[in-house]
Structure formats: C-alpha cells, structure tokens
Design a protein around this ligand. Structure first.
Ligand SMILES: NC(=O)c1ccc[n+]([C@@H]2O[C@H](COP(=O)([O-])OP(=O)(O)OC[C@H]3O[C@@H](n4cnc5c(N)ncnc54)[C@H](O)[C@@H]3O)[C@@H](O)[C@H]2O)c1
Length: 253
C-alpha cells in the first residue's frame, strides 16, 4: 500500500466503463489525481484525452469488449481496479415497455458487467490489491415511477455485486457498489431538457432528496474511490448510498 506522501492510487491501474461523462468521468479524474493510470472504456473519448487512455468500447457486445481488452493488454498486464459504470436509462412501465427494450437495456446495463468483468479477471488476478466497484442506483432499493427496466437492471447489479463478491473471495478481489440518488450529470441534464418545464422538474427532483439538492458526480466519485482504495482491504460486498438521504429518511413536510 502507498506510504507517506505518495498518492493513494500511485502505481495502480484502473479501468472505468462509461468514463467519458458524468460519474465515470469524475471518477476517472479523481483516480488520476490520486496517482492511478486510468483506462476509460466508452463509446466516446470526451475529456478523457486530457489525462487518461481512452479505448473505444461498446460494452453491449462481446466482440467490442474482446477487442478493447486486447488493446488493454497491449498497455498493461495488471489491472488493480475495475469500475463497472456504463449504463443507459429507459422510461416506461411494464405496460409501455417492449420486449426489445428489456433485452437492449439489460444487455447494456447488466450483461455488460458480467462481460467486462470476465474479460478483466485475468488482469485483476495479477494485482496485489484488486477491487471492483459497480455503479448501482437508488432505483435498486426503492420504487421509482416510470423506470421499470432501469430499476430492474440496477436490482440485478445489486445482487450481482454480492454474488461476485462471494465468488471472488478466493481470488481476494473485493467487490462493492455505490447507490447514487439523482445526480447532476449530462444524463439527468438530458432528461431535464426533455421535460415540459425543466426548472420545475429539477425542483421536483431536488425535493425528492431530503438533502434538498441533486448529488454531484464528484460526490459519487469520492465514494467509488473510497471503496476501490487498497486502504479498504476488508471491505467487500458493501454498498454505499450517495443519495442525500433518499433511501433511509422519511421527512415530514
Ligand atoms: N445520474 C444519475 O442520476 C444516476 C443515479 C444513479 C445511478 N446512476 C448510474 O451512474 C452511472 C453513470 O451515469 P451518469 O449519470 O454519469 O451517465 P452519463 O450519461 O453522463 O454517462 C454515461 C457514460 O456511459 C457511456 N455509455 C453508454 N452506453 C455505453 C456502451 N454501450 N458502451 C460503453 N459506454 C457506454 C456513455 O457514452 C457515457 O459516457 C450509470 O450506471 C447510471 O445508471 C446515475
């Protein structure tokens, strides 16, 4: 483990999916600032070019993930940290959603985590301090209106986290997750821009979180980094809520 004034993640390599935007980008920046070499797997490069290695990857296809990891192996033979973060949303109920959408969103949000983790395992096993952090959601632990596929996909990520943590005990790979509430990222900004009244919709989302504002991407990144840190050597199968109290508080109006 790094000692003295050395940065916490010095000498470690982190792979982050969905690293070009929002929570993934904030996590990539933070780990980089703390000394990690960061490899971002994303459809886009975005601001990653300023400080990280970007490898084009569509996590929804095995072909793309296999190709991306062939590139990863040209750059490193050890991965210390894997952040499974890429995901997309879907708006609808069981009545309005289609078979096609169930398959599409589960493929991007859930099967991708198994796919990317499987590809990363041989490299994680070479690390002295391997850990995985999955980006889950408040939607995994509380019912949220009109988000049936997204919520089910995050419920799957929650249990997948525990299953993987159990299976990888023998490899000493820690597996944890973060559960953000509504976070102020390009994802949510896109949703707001589609609302009839974006200002009122933002106020509604802020009021839904007892803390009274949206979560920042940097706040989620900080919890991801905490879980990924070698300092948390006994922390596995744990989830951290970063949701302004949304899961656990009932505040009288
Ligand atoms: N923003 C929120 O309110 C919120 C709340 C809870 C959980 N989350 C979770 O946080 C994570 C990040 O969300 P965000 O708000 O930062 O979103 P975002 O849209 O800002 O960023 C998502 C990134 O994932 C990438 N991506 C999407 N599909 C991909 C694919 N098939 N292959 C590779 N990359 C792909 C996008 O290009 C983008 O860079 C997601 O897992 C999301 O479910 C977000």
């Amino acid at each position: 483990m790094p000692q003295g004034s050395e940065k916490e993640f010095a000498g470690l390599t982190a792979i982050i999916t969905g690293a070009a935007s929002g929570i993934g980008l904030a996590t990539a920046r933070l780990l980089h600032q703390q000394g990690a070499s960061v490899i971002g797997l994303d459809l886009n490069q975005g601001e990653l070019k300023e400080f990280a290695t970007w490898i084009h990857c569509d996590v929804s296809t095995l072909e793309s993930v296999t190709k991306a990891f062939a590139e990863v192996r040209q750059k490193t033979n050890v991965v210390d940290i894997l952040i499974n973060n890429a995901a997309v949303g879907s708006i609808g109920t069981v009545e309005s959603e289609t078979e096609e959408n169930w398959e599409k969103i589960f493929n991007i949000n859930v099967f991708s985590v198994a796919r990317v983790t499987k590809a990363a395992l041989p490299l994680l096993r070479k690390s002295k301090v391997p850990s995985i952090v999955n980006t889950c959601s408040i939607a995994a632990t509380a019912g949220i209106p009109n988000r049936v596929i997204y919520s089910a996909s995050k419920g799957a990520i929650r249990t997948l986290t525990f299953s993987m943590a159990c299976d990888f005990l023998k490899d000493r790979i820690r597996v944890n997750s973060v559960n953000p509430g509504t976070a102020d990222t390009p994802w949510v900004q896109r949703l707001l821009s589609q609302a009839d009244d974006p200002v009122a919709e933002r106020e509604r989302l802020e009021a839904r979180q007892p803390w009274g504002r949206l979560v920042s991407a940097e706040e989620v990144a900080s919890s991801v980094a905490y879980l990924a840190s070698p300092r948390q050597g006994s922390t596995t199968a744990t989830e951290i809520s970063v949701d302004g109290g949304m899961q656990n508080l009932r505040v009288p109006k």
